[in-house]
Design a protein around this ligand. Structure first.
Ligand code: ADP
Length: 274
């Protein structure tokens, strides 16, 4: 469970977050919805301390998170992140990208040498299976489409076996059909593993479709909190005080993804070979 208390963040004169209080139960798929500049990214990055809050505290499973060395190490292990622009290493194979999710869980020497034991490779393959990409394991990642690269990003986050996945606008660069496929994989894989997801989105329809609960943010404040069914016109007017812009409303409905099952074949792996 995540508990956020009195979280504020200032950048000079800009107050990006103002006294945010929020609880996210274990296993929830929470969508943070808001226009560009609302403070979504700052909120997410304050949770894993990519951004250091100005005031306030964040608790993970009853433990306060801290920005010191030991605190950051624990956070990086327990909290995985998925980025808008995928953050994959293009010249490495899909499998090697995913297995890097294991680095924080490996003994220091093995991690430093980037030699991945067979067990970690097996975990990476299983995570690729969860996002329907096991048949692409040996392909160079730069050969994949945008949606497939983001599924690699999801598999890498899953391989970390985190308690929480933070997804910062994970489908902002993708078309509607691919976006739904990617969000479906993220939701189903995390549901199967009991992983808590906090997913920033700016599109209302995806928030309604995928959020178990929605938190609306505007001007660095929470202006709505409730189930998708409660996201009415009045709530949208608070979340989008400047009106709903292009790309923030409806998108055509796409098919759900199908998954491909292939048995894992563990093998030791190093990152130098591509
Ligand atoms: P969102 O993710 O909803 O687009 P952000 O959290 O990125 O919003 O930004 C919230 C506010 O904080 C915006 O006004 C933005 O310009 C400002 N901001 C974000 N990051 C920085 C930074 N590193 N330096 C200065 N201002 C920033």
């Amino acid at each position: 469970m995540i508990r956020i208390e009195g979280l504020s963040k200032r950048y000079g004169d800009v107050e990006a977050l103002h006294r945010i209080d929020l609880e996210v139960p274990r296993g929830e798929f929470l969508v943070v919805l808001g226009a560009s500049g609302a403070g979504k990214s700052t909120l997410l990055r304050s949770i894993n301390r990519l951004t250091e809050p100005t005031t306030g505290s964040v608790w993970l499973d009853g433990q306060p998170t801290t920005g010191d060395r030991a605190g950051l190490r624990a956070l990086r292990r327990d909290v995985a992140m998925i980025f808008q622009h995928y953050n994959v290493v293009p010249r490495l194979s899909v499998l090697k990208n995913v297995v890097t999710g294991r680095l924080g869980r490996m003994p220091a020497l093995a991690s430093w040498l980037q030699m991945f034991p067979a067990q970690d490779v097996a975990i990476a393959r299983e995570c690729l299976r969860r996002v329907g990409l096991d048949h692409k394991a040996e392909v160079r990642t730069d050969k994949l489409s945008g949606g497939q690269k983001q599924r690699v990003g999801i598999a890498r986050a899953l391989a970390q076996q985190p308690k929480v996945i933070l997804a910062d606008e994970p489908v902002a660069s993708l078309d509607p059909k691919t976006s739904r496929t990617v969000l479906n994989y993220l939701r189903e894989a995390c549901r199967a593993s009991g992983i808590t997801v906090i997913c920033n989105l700016h599109q209302v329809d995806y928030a309604r479709e995928f959020g178990e609960r929605i938190v609306g943010v505007a001007g660095g404040r929470i202006v709505f909190e409730g189930p998708p069914s409660a996201l009415d016109e009045a709530a949208l007017a608070r979340i989008y005080p400047g009106g709903i812009g292009e790309g923030e409303a409806e998108s055509p409905v796409a098919e759900a993804p199908s998954s491909v099952a292939v048995a894992a074949a563990p093998a030791q792996l190093t990152l130098e070979q591509s």
